[in-house]
Ligand binder design. Structure first.
Ligand code: OFO
Length: 173
């Protein structure tokens, strides 16, 4: 069953995934400028994941023969002054994406669109994992603190997160 409202919602989510990739690329650039190569690796790898999410949404629109609309991309602004600020902004971003996915799930349920509801379940799980990942990173940054060697240790820790994340996304896509 085709629903014009579903087409609109999935297009909005697809564009949101592309904006997320854009944001993570820019955040990776922010880290590279500060010689935080481990952080950059994590964030640039995450941008690639967001592209796979965008393609998942695109694939659904194609399978359902819904129209496809790509929006212009806004400039991704990184206002962070510290690495903690950066990851707090990223966590806030992921919470907004989670809210958007949850709203889409609710709408699919309300109109008995079981196919879309089932499709969105993968994203519900993915958002739970992303929130957990970025909250863990913030907790680790807070544990390490802001002593003289802190940035070096944070960067080393985040390189480990990047390696773990790459291994996990290789198995889940
Ligand atoms: Fe696509 O998971 Fe983050 O935004």
């Amino acid at each position: 069953m085709k629903n014009p409202s579903t087409a609109k919602v999935i297009n909005q989510l697809m564009n949101g995934e592309l904006r997320a990739a854009h944001l993570y690329w820019q955040a990776g650039g922010w880290c590279i400028e500060r010689h935080l190569d481990g952080c950059a690796k994590l964030l640039l790898g995450h941008a690639d994941e967001e592209v796979t999410h965008m393609k998942r949404m695109l694939g659904f629109l194609i399978d359902c023969e819904y129209p496809i609309y790509f929006d212009a991309l806004p400039e991704p602004k990184i206002g962070a002054k510290t690495i903690l600020d950066l990851f707090q902004a990223i966590l806030a971003h992921e919470k907004t994406v989670t809210d958007n996915i949850n709203a889409a799930v609710k709408e699919a349920q309300a109109i008995d669109d079981h196919s879309t509801f089932e499709f969105l379940q993968w994203f519900v799980k993915e958002q739970r994992e992303e929130i957990k990942l970025f909250q863990n990173i913030i907790d680790r940054i807070n544990l390490i603190g802001d002593g003289p060697q802190a940035l070096y240790f944070i960067d080393t820790e985040l390189a480990k997160f990047a390696a773990g994340n790459a291994a996990a996304s290789g198995s889940s896509g």
